[in-house]
Design a protein around this ligand. Structure first.
Ligand code: SIB
Ligand code: ZN
Length: 435
């Protein structure tokens, strides 16, 4: 066994207590071996965590990583016109090389801000997987299916591709890549396609991930046409099936009513809360406290960088706490400990990825947050600081699967300058083709 010791720090334990301890990691298995004072000093490789907090690596449970290329390209519009007028026309011009460059930029940003795992819905999945392999991160990926505006043959092709890439890449990058079938949403994918392909996802043993109840425009047509709410309709086509071994999970769930929250809790369906995107597109405020109270598994996601506009989960934690209180009209709602759980174990659970807790036997996915900064002084309560005062820029080191991805704010696996330059050139070229 070759070991990594994260030494001399304070450690955020699964019950959210803070302990002074080292974290000892087996680099080969990628697991945490021990969490105890002094156990890291004699490790083969060490990371200094003095004046720092060692916490689980954050998990971004819903994003479109390559959309970093469209960061700041079209702002201040609601979802439907933003997608149809700006985003989809630009995405129609994307090449596999563009997607690889955008995904790398997104991962660079995530590693720098302490994120070790993410869920990605996009296209050109083989190129996305190759980029993930290189970065050392962990992810659940899928090909997003849209059938609006497509003829029968093209709709089937798109859905079949989503199933095919889910089959091919599950377990790639030494097991760090998992997959899902990813229909875009209940209103952008036809019913017959859902009914035919959800069972195929079951046969492959992969979960289903999609956008649900993001805006009122996604609810009304379903209620009008079918007389049932979107989550009930989703269950009719085979989603969120409690008998299935895989946990299906939805992004947003903003306009979920009490019956839908209850149904998700009962079925074990996961929700990825994306507060910044929901505020920026004025989609609404998700009933997150009600979901937590009902026992729905809730994780946290940034959504794409074009509707956020960054991939920093620390900002997302702050937004989740703030908008959660506003939505509940209750300052005690969506409290800091709930939010930290959401961004770590909650997201890992919903996404079905390892990680999310610092304890022996858990995946060695870690973020080390520097505490010697004015905005983190005094340290009355570090859980509070993580949510209300810290930002991704405070992260010093990032570890995933036992491997150091960032040491002393230098990313080790990707060439930061080259990634930034390539993404910028490709982004400018992309939008000039789209105009
Ligand atoms: N194969 C599909 C691509 C779907 S990928 C996932 C899609 O989600 C879109 N997207 C990004 N953010 C959001 C959001 O907040 N709500 C809904 N869709 C989004 C994104 O632009 C991308 O087109 C096609 O041919 O168009
Ligand atoms: Zn999305």
């Amino acid at each position: 066994m070759t070991t990594l010791g994260v030494v001399d720090g304070q450690v955020l334990r699964p019950d959210l207590r803070i302990e002074e301890a080292d974290v000892l990691v087996d680099r080969e298995s990628g697991e945490i071996v021990d969490v105890d004072p002094e156990v890291g000093a004699s490790a083969d490789e060490t990371l200094d965590a003095s004046d720092s907090l060692v916490m689980p690596g954050l998990v971004n449970a819903h994003t479109h990583a390559a959309m970093t290329l469209l960061r700041g390209y079209a702002d201040d519009k609601p979802l439907e016109s933003w997608l149809r007028e700006d985003v989809w026309p630009a995405e129609a011009e994307l090449t596999p090389e563009d997607v690889a460059a955008g995904t790398k930029l997104g991962m660079l940003e995530m590693i720098r801000s302490g994120t070790t795992g993410f869920v990605d819905m996009y296209f050109e999945v083989p190129d996305v997987v190759a980029a993930i392999d290189e970065s050392g991160m962990r992810a659940r990926v899928g090909h997003g299916v849209v059938t609006v505006g497509k003829d029968d043959e093209a709709a089937h092709e798109d859905a079949a591709e989503s199933i095919a890439v889910a089959r091919e890449f599950d377990g790639a990058a030494d097991g760090r890549v998992r997959t899902a079938f990813m229909p875009h949403s209940l209103t952008t994918v036809r019913e017959d396609i859902l009914r035919e392909y959800v069972p195929k996802a079951r046969e492959e043993g992969v979960p289903v991930h999609l956008h649900v109840n993001e805006t009122a425009h996604e609810v009304d047509p379903i209620v009008e046409e079918r007389g049932v709410r979107p989550v009930a309709y989703a269950r009719e086509v085979g989603l969120f099936d409690p008998e299935s071994e895989e946990r299906d999970f939805l992004a947003h769930g903003v306009h979920s009513d009490a019956s839908e929250v209850e149904a998700l809790a009962e079925a074990g369906g996961g929700v990825v809360h994306c507060p910044a995107s929901n505020m920026k597109l004025a989609s609404g405020m998700a009933p997150v406290q009600a979901m937590l109270d009902a026992g729905v598994p809730v994780g946290l996601g940034t959504d794409g960088a074009a509707s956020n506009n960054d991939l920093d989960l620390f900002g997302e934690m702050r937004d989740a706490a703030m908008v959660g209180k506003l939505a509940s009209e209750d300052a005690s709602a969506v409290a800091a400990p709930d939010v930290v759980r959401m961004a770590t174990r909650g997201s890992a659970t919903v996404a079905g990825l390892p990680g999310g807790s610092v304890e022996p036997g858990a995946a060695a996915d870690l973020a080390v947050v520097g505490l010697d900064a004015p905005h983190l002084t005094p340290a009355h309560d570090l859980v509070s600081h993580l949510v209300y005062a810290a930002s991704g820029r405070d992260v010093r080191h990032t570890v995933c699967d036992g491997r150091v991805l960032m040491r002393d704010r230098e990313v080790q696996t990707l060439d930061a300058e080259a990634v930034r330059q390539a993404a910028e050139e490709r982004a400018f070229d992309l939008v000039s083709r789209a105009e």
